[in-house]
Write a protein that binds this ligand. Structure first.
Ligand code: UD1
Ligand code: CA
Length: 451
């Protein structure tokens, strides 16, 4: 069965108190819209239609960042969920198959649940995803008789008896494309909100002699995000799941609750993540690598046997080969460190290529930026960069070359050479004591004068 997803994402999200469209707020570093699209991906949809409205341009761009083949349609006025789905009518006019409606602000619907819904479509014309609500609050209520769904009533329009129902509407609905749009064409807006409710299609279908059924899922999957507080709750749920997935895959974490992950964090088996580590988007850590406490990584790749931190920062383009060591207060950006290279203390390595087994001394800085352009630094295999070396890029230090501590290296250093770029030391015998005596005498004179 071919499937098309229609993802509703036109709402303003007033309660977010934000200039950013609601569905672009992030969970685990990715817009919640991407999470909704990812949820639907388990059904291998043939088409994805995103209904955008508020911030349509940004929402369209985000949708196409996730899937360049998806189509965005615009709902310029938010006249209700039925009206929203109707905006996809033309885009799906030639589509044969089932349409599944998802919300862009409901990121946690599981693959299993959507598969259950796809299966349930073989026994009913319309399948609605419901859940038993701990607090049904203002959710739409599912009026059902066992497996058979009779109608959905919105809270505002419900009688006392209907409000007592705890089986609630998640918003996810599946139906054949043709049936869906025929029913939507019949929806009116004579209700407490004056909106076109998608939920009305169930009652209309039953009047036409069609069948409707409910599939249920745990309430946690249906969490919709309407406020920053709910966004924070969603983030917590995401983190809990992502941590559990990693520990389940054989990653050691002594304090998983202090490790923050992104939607795409990939960590290999037997890797160890110490407490208080933050993974921004785009990080891969291979098996057996160790990320020590208080490190911050984004857009970085850490190979087997490498050790990072404590207190290290890997920025986008940091590529660490096997057995590299990056220690405390070292920042690495857009740089490759070859196998076994070490930068153990207090360094900035940006726009650089570091050869295998090179040793970067404490306080080394690649001066990569001249105020306008960025330049690269190359350091050869087994080179030894003395502490506090400034490497003024573009510059190359050859294989097995050395730089003296405190050097400012402005010219290339050939393989095997020693480069010293610092003032030569002068030592004056006896002058140290003489200077101290002078200073003490001066101080005595000043205090005597004051009394
Ligand atoms: C809707 C359901 C309700 C269900 C609840 C679950 C209807 C009429 N009601 O109510 O039964 O229990 O969700 O959370 O469907 N949207 C648009 N365009 C619109 C209106 C909404 O794109 O014109 C989008 C919103 O951005 C949001 C989603 O559709 O992502 C749901 O809209 P919302 O207004 O939050 O619906 P509820 O009143 O919560
Ligand atoms: Ca809602």
């Amino acid at each position: 069965m071919s499937i098309a997803l229609v993802i509703l994402a036109a709402g303003k999200g007033t309660r977010m108190e934000s200039d950013l469209p609601k569905v672009l707020h992030k969970i685990g570093g990715a817009p919640m819209l991407h999470h909704a699209m990812q949820a639907g991906s388990s059904l291998s949809p043939e088409r994805i239609i995103v209904v955008a409205g508020h911030g349509a341009e940004a929402v369209t761009k985000a949708a196409q960042d996730y899937d360049p083949d998806c189509t965005a349609v615009i709902q310029s006025e938010q006249n209700g969920t039925g009206h929203a789905v109707d905006q996809a009518r033309e885009a799906l006019a030639d589509f044969e198959g089932d349409v599944i409606v998802l919300y862009g602000d409901t990121p946690f619907i599981s693959h299993e649940t959507l598969e259950d819904m796809a299966v349930a479509r073989s026994r009913a014309d319309i399948v609605v995803l419901g859940f038993e609500a701990a607090d049904p609050a203002r959710y739409g209520r599912l009026v059902a008789e066992g497996d058979r769904l009779d109608k959905i009533v919105e809270y505002k329009d419900a009688s006392e008896a209907e409000r007592a129902i705890t089986l609630c509407n998640s918003g996810v609905i599946a139906a054949d494309r043709k049936t869906l749009f025929e029913l939507i064409g019949k929806i009116g807006n004579d209700n407490a909100s004056g909106e076109y409710y998608l939920t009305d299609i169930v009652g209309l279908a039953r009047e036409d002699g069609l069948t409707a059924t409910v599939v249920t899922c745990p309430e946690a999957e249906t969490l919709g995000i309407n406020s920053r507080a709910e966004l924070a709750r969603a983030e917590a749920i995401f983190q809990t799941r992502a941590r559990a997935e990693l520990t389940g895959n054989g990653v050691t974490m002594q304090a998983p609750n202090t490790v923050f992950l992104s939607f795409d964090t990939t960590i290999g088996r037997d890797a160890e993540i110490e407490p208080n580590v933050v993974f921004g988007p785009g990080v891969t850590v291979e098996s057996g690598a160790r990320i020590r406490a208080f490190s911050h990584l984004e857009g970085a790749h850490v190979s087997r046997g490498a050790v990072v931190g404590p207190y290290a920062r890997l920025r986008p383009g940091a590529e660490l080969a096997e057995d590299v060591h990056v220690g405390n207060f070292v920042e690495i950006k857009n740089a490759y460190l070859g196998e076994g290279a070490k930068a153990n203390h207090l360094s900035y390595i940006g726009d650089a290529d570091i050869g295998e087994a090179a040793n970067i001394g404490a306080g080394t800085i690649t001066c990569n930026y001249d105020g306008v352009f960025k330049h690269r630094t190359e350091i050869g295999a087994r080179a030894f960069i003395g502490s506090n070396t400034m490497l003024v890029a573009p510059v190359r230090v050859g294989d097995e070359a050395l730089t003296g501590s405190g050097s400012v290296i402005t010219a290339d250093v050939p393989d095997g050479a020693l480069a010293l770029g610092r003032a030569r030391q002068e030592t004056k015998t006896g002058y140290g004591r003489k200077l101290m005596d002078m200073l003490r005498a001066k101080k005595r004179k000043l205090t005597e004068g004051a009394s």
